[in-house]
Write a protein of this length. Structure first.
Length: 322
């Protein structure tokens, strides 16, 4: 299902590629690190650190978003947020965004205006902008965002540094987007808090660099679910990771929604994706930065356990799995 019919009749085919690019980019403010913005063959960004952190995500209509569940502006914000959280997970600070957009010729031009507005809104939360990209014809609205970042002299925090004895901690919301998806899947539009969490995640952007500065040994953003993404840290680091449910917060609001739907709020927290929270490991005795909560530990085993046992409820989202 495409965008609703409340938009103006003018389509992207009528506006044209270059007219559409102008509508997306003109009159926008860029950060001081953008030396040359949109309008040439490529953008030029400053790289004070001498290294560039880069991450790309692709969002496809009816797979990652639905216009009957989210507005184009909300989809635009989400498309940027899922990429900026990857930059934060490396301990880096965002510097710019490249955007590729595919849509059908019949797509209302106002939909693209709103997508772009949402992208700019989210980007400006961290003081950056859209510095370039491309637009093509496609059957479904497809958004590809590449986020760039700067490490500011720090070593990148990868998935491979966790060691036995480390403390496992998380920052940001867990389970809220999954709860929102469950609510929308039942045909409801409230509670607004959980539905809004599915529509627009709220990554803890500052928590990534803060964790790096505090000596985090490994870090990852939680896009597919806490257990699924911790599995990447466990595999890359050659360790076991145990989540302790007595330390894992389950907000009262999620418990209330789960009760109403006959679901399990703790399952949402453990396996729900798209909140774009962060998980990291810290050396024993390290002081956790503000916003981080200890939820488990690293040991000499392998894989991910919950309270010392294998979790039987599944781990999270995986493409192509049926």
């Amino acid at each position: 299902m495409g965008p609703d019919s409340s938009y103006d009749a003018e389509t992207v085919a009528q506006v044209g590629e270059f007219g559409l690019i102008d509508r997306v980019t003109s009159g926008r403010d860029h950060s001081a690190g953008t030396l040359l913005g949109p309008g040439d063959d490529a953008a030029v960004l400053a790289a004070p650190d001498g290294r560039v952190v880069a991450a790309t995500d692709v969002l496809v209509e009816q797979v990652h978003f639905r216009f009957d569940w989210s507005t184009p502006r909300q989809v635009g914000r989400k498309a940027v947020a899922v990429n900026l959280s990857d930059i934060a997970a490396m301990g880096a600070v965002p510097t710019g965004l490249l955007v590729g957009l595919g849509c059908s010729p019949e797509t209302p031009a106002e939909v693209i205006d709103e997508l772009a507005a949402g992208m700019w809104e989210e980007a400006q939360q961290v003081g950056i902008g859209l510095v370039g990209g491309d637009m093509v014809s496609a059957q479904a609205v497809t958004i590809s965002v590449t986020a760039l970042g700067d490490l500011r002299g720090r070593v990148p925090v990868t998935r491979a540094g966790a060691r036995s004895g480390d403390v496992l901690a998380v920052a940001g919301r867990l389970g809220w987007a999954a709860a929102g998806l469950a609510v929308l899947g039942r045909g409801f539009r409230s509670p607004v808090a959980v539905v809004g969490a599915h529509r627009v995640p709220e990554p803890p952007y500052a928590a990534g660099p803060a964790a790096a500065a505090a000596g985090a040994t490994s870090m990852i953003d939680i896009s597919d679910g806490l257990l699924a993404d911790l599995g990447h840290i466990a595999a890359a680091s050659g360790v076991g990771v145990d989540v302790r449910t007595d330390q894992l917060p389950v907000p009262q609001r999620l418990s209330e929604v789960a009760s109403a739907l006959g679901a399990d709020a703790r399952h949402w927290v453990l396996t729900g994706g798209e909140d774009q929270a962060l998980a990291a490991t810290f050396p024993p005795g390290a002081e956790l930065p503000e916003g981080w909560t200890a939820v488990g530990a690293v040991d000499e085993g392998a894989g991910v356990t919950v309270d010392g046992r294998e979790y039987e409820g599944g781990s999270g989202w995986e493409h192509w799995r049926r």
